[in-house]
Write a protein that binds this ligand. Structure first.
Ligand code: ADP
Length: 247
């Protein structure tokens, strides 16, 4: 579903990702855990194709690194649902309109089909009775649930979440994490990035540790769907390659 092959990303002199390889399969849940500046948002922006790797290849479904056509970009947008720490709702639109806009943007549904889909998504996040409220009239937790409705309304294969509980107090953070777990159980893959260990612990699935642009040794090893790290004995030179057989 998503594959990074030896991906490095530079912003000018700053090496934000350093030869990162990992993969996740359809329906998996993966958490990137690491401190601020580790490269987590860069991973997400490479997946959305907002930025391109300096080196290496990023594959999302059938999309590989490179410039996408407008049609490909639209299809990728349908494949991914995104949740941000700061919600990114449109303040001059109601909850209903925020979610409906996401349906209209992908342009797949007739007008008559938009409202039932929006209502279904709002039902799932428990916000149906707030559909006519503006974001300013909601609590932070409700805003994030509205953003989750917007992320899932097109039934994306993968939900990307960038520190989704960062702006929430404990009880609404718990609600949001339970909701993400349910979305995962219903079949969506989830990729969440966070600085918080308790967030990683609250979700099922693999935790990959990212620090200073590198995946920590063992993070991607021995887990379903991971590209196995080379088996190197402690202290052995990391670059030692096995001798070719039969030579
Ligand atoms: P995280 O999400 O883990 O906090 P980021 O992926 O945002 O980390 O950033 C990784 C590193 O790349 C940081 O040192 C950050 O300052 C740098 N960086 C991120 N985006 C840019 C940019 N657009 N220009 C220059 N440096 C950037």
């Amino acid at each position: 579903m998503i594959t990074f092959e030896q991906v490095s990303k530079r912003y000018g002199q700053r090496l934000a990702l350093d030869s990162v390889s990992w993969r996740m399969d359809e329906g998996e849940c993966v958490v990137f855990l690491g401190p601020s500046g580790a490269g987590k948002t860069t991973v997400l922006r490479l997946i959305t194709h907002e930025i391109q790797p300096s080196v290496g290849t990023v594959t999302v479904g059938t999309f590989r690194t490179g410039r996408l056509t407008r049609a490909q970009r639209a299809l990728l947008r349908r494949t991914l649902g995104i949740i941000y720490e700061d919600f990114r709702l449109l303040h001059d639109r109601t909850v209903f309109e925020n979610v409906a806009l996401a349906v209209r943007i992908v342009g797949r549904f007739a007008d008559a089909d938009v409202a039932p889909r929006v209502h279904q998504a709002l039902e799932e996040v428990g916000l149906r009775e707030k559909k006519n409220a503006f974001p300013a009239e909601l609590s932070a937790g409700e805003r994030q649930r509205a953003a989750i409705a917007r992320a899932i309304v097109n039934r994306p294969a993968v939900v990307l979440a960038d520190e989704p509980t960062g702006a929430l107090e404990a009880s609404s953070a718990g609600d949001v994490l339970r909701l993400l777990k349910t979305i995962h159980e219903e079949g969506a893959a989830i990729l969440l990035v966070t600085t918080r260990e308790e967030v990683a612990a609250a979700l099922p699935g693999r935790v990959l540790h990212l620090a200073d642009g590198k995946l920590l040794e063992g993070s991607a090893r021995g887990t379903p769907g991971a590209i196995p790290a080379p088996d190197v004995a402690p202290g052995a030179p990391a670059a030692a390659a096995p001798a070719p057989a039969g030579s």
